[in-house]
Design a protein around this ligand. Structure first.
Ligand code: SAH
Length: 226
């Protein structure tokens, strides 16, 4: 089967899994997931699984990406903060479905790879940086949407503080031992409302200084005020 045919099969599988939003399906059809996985996994890129991307991290399962994005309710007027950009796969999909994406990743190598692919795909509405996403991005806040791709032990108030009025955050919450839950957090009339969406298993959100593989990360590390 060609990669195009495999991609179409993946889109059908997403439909069968209950993803009905045609804009999300079209955006996912536009993104070549095979480019976002290491070459060794190229032939499994459309199998619908999470796959290793290095540094002990994984590219998320397409169905999880689709469900989390569906839960965000995006449109092309919205500014999104993405935490844990990893390969950049979900970043590219967010780029097609929103006005502007601010993406943070703590592994410099992954961020550089993601930036290269996002440039090649002309996702010019994305600003992606190395940084600690647990701090959010105060200079660009508030955000209408926040999507977190790694599990936090509890809902981070630093991030809810950066949600705009009417804003929505979708985030896996829970530690590695217990079952984690995808939660939707909404700021309405200044109050924070939370909903449990479905159980998941994500890698942990790691606070603290970003990983500076292969040298000095400061060149692409986020500096607030720029
Ligand atoms: N959605 C991405 C990757 C998910 S894996 C994809 O599909 O490729 C989770 C990612 O979160 C990893 O790349 C990990 O390095 C990153 N991460 C973990 N803690 C982080 C933090 N505090 N700030 C930014 N990124 C973080």
């Amino acid at each position: 089967m060609t990669q195009d045919a495999q991609k179409i099969r993946l889109i059908l599988e997403l439909r069968q899994a209950g993803i009905t939003n045609t804009e999300i399906l079209a955006a996912m059809e536009r993104v070549p997931r095979d480019r976002f996985v290491p070459k060794a996994f190229g032939d499994r890129a459309y199998d619908g699984m999470a796959l290793p991307i290095g540094h002990g991290q994984t590219i998320s399962q397409p169905v999880v990406v689709a469900r989390m994005i569906a839960a965000l309710h995006l449109n092309d007027r919205i500014k999104v903060l993405e935490i844990g950009a990893g390969s950049g796969y979900q970043t590219a999909i967010l780029s097609y479905l929103s006005r502007r994406v601010y993406a943070i990743e703590r592994h410099r190598d992954l961020l550089l790879g993601a930036q290269k692919l996002l440039d090649e795909m002309r996702c010019y509405n994305v600003t992606a940086v190395v940084g600690d996403g647990t701090l959010g991005w105060p200079d660009q806040a508030p955000f209408e949407r926040i999507i977190v791709s790694a599990a936090a032990p509890e809902i981070p108030t630093v991030l809810t503080d950066q949600l705009a009025e009417g804003g929505v955050m979708v985030i896996p919450v829970g530690d590695q031992r217990r079952d984690q839950m995808i939660m939707r957090v909404t700021r309405r009339d200044g109050e924070i409302h939370t909903e449990d969406l479905w159980p998941v298993r994500f890698l942990p959100l790691v606070p603290g200084r970003p990983e500076a593989e292969g040298g000095d990360a400061s060149s692409s590390e986020r500096t607030f005020g720029q």
